[in-house]
Design a protein around this ligand. Structure first.
Ligand code: SF4
Length: 78
């Protein structure tokens, strides 16, 4: 069976304030760096629904998710 990555993840490093909310919800995917900004350590590190919840938790909308199949933006919604 081939496992597909659900999301292509982009993080706006300028917008991220490093409060680590996303890291708490999806710790296998997001991790705070030495610079105090969150980065992606593994785009398949958590179930897709947890990655989506983590993105939704970001009050600054610093996390953008794209469907890897369609390249359509999943989050944030316009
Ligand atoms: S929730 Fe947003 S602001 Fe907070 S650490 Fe994650 S990306 Fe940065």
């Amino acid at each position: 069976m081939i496992t597909m990555t659900a999301y292509r993840i982009e993080i706006d490093q300028e917008a991220c304030v490093g409060d680590q909310l996303c890291c708490e919800i999806a710790p296998g995917t997001f991790r705070i760096g030495a610079d105090g900004k969150t980065g992606v350590v593994n785009p398949e590190g958590d179930p897709p629904q947890d990655i989506l919840s983590a993105a939704k938790s970001c009050r600054l909308d610093a996390i953008t998710l794209y469907d890897t199949q369609t390249e359509k933006k999943v989050w944030p919604r316009l």
